[in-house]
Write a protein that binds this ligand. Sequence first.
Ligand code: ZN
Length: 407
Amino acid sequence: MKCRHCGTPLNHTFLDLGFAPPSNAYLTQADLSKPEKYYPLKIKVCDHCWLVQTEDYAQADELFSPDYAYFSSTSSSWLAHAKAYAEQMTQRLGLNGNSMVIEVASNDGYLLKNFVAAGIPCLGIEPTASTATAAEKLGIPLLQAFFGEALGKTLAAEGKQADLIAGNNVYAHVPDINDFTRGLKAALKPGGTITLEFPHVMRLIEHTQFDTVYHEHFSYLSLYTVSRIFQTAGLRIWDVEELPTHGGSLRIYGCHQADLRPSTDAVEVLLQREAEAGLQTLSPYTSFQARANKVKDDLLDFLIRQKRTGKKVVAYGAAAKGNTLLNYAGVKPDLLPFVCDAAGAKQGKYMPGSHIPIMAPQAIQQAKPDFVLILPWNIADEVMKQNTFIREWGGKFVTSIPELVIQ
Ligand SMILES: [Zn+2]
């Protein structure tokens, strides 16, 4: 296989998680008596442009099924993040009723509804039918499609170039990152700004966040690599911010290469820090598997010990990252009888691979477990606040990444 950005043959493995079902392929009870499809889950690193990427195995359309269950609006901290973003961009870029905002992968309208409320014209692009329908109900103009160069050129031809193109947590999920970036270039007005948010691979490595690896997540990105990809497409990064979301993300600000805006110092400073962390050398990548294995071993050891001493452990958050962790560790309902999730669309279904049932959060009150394992550690504070009542019977919270912590 060759690098999806620069075409260099990929000779180095970053992480091999064996085989796993797609992380968002939640199962119904009827599905449990059918065969389940597993795909290899192996991540490579390119020793030329340092793009960390999944090994090829399947088509994107097979993974983003029409009943894809993730609705952004179910996380209150994510909604607050989106609102703050809209206010910040409106002010910084001077957006008004004559501007145009395009969001790629607009999900259920969690972000664009803030621009609609402010009277700023916008357009959402979203391939998933169920979330797209939810967005349309909020009055958000919507195009149900995958974004890429062809669509970017169509939008430009229709006079729909944007002053702001937002892509929050889509860039890492794109199979053809070069085509997608050329699409951004085509759909951007002269003088316009692109912002993309994606998990920072430097943080993934630093905090052993191997559970953020799943099939739909094609790329694991550094500022250095994204700068190269932007440059190849005729774009330039003029600012970058570090965000706490998803365990440490970057928000990059892009513009046309010919744009006269100066770059901020933050770009050079972060490129320097990445270089100092060795991200343009092999060692941080090739030493990662052993660290992931330790996290897996510690979690299994904890769960087996609780089972043997008659303690009850349940989990909170049926997120994709939980599926990666549980499937890699081989955890089944005998060690973890159920997972709670606030998203109605997931309740009553089963986690792919592990077949652990998903219940409403109220199930914790009834079960009174000794431990609640929080799978989406990125929203651990929010989950602990919502579930402080477990202290009434002496319950404790557990997170397993970057290391097992009981509190
Ligand atoms: Zn490459």
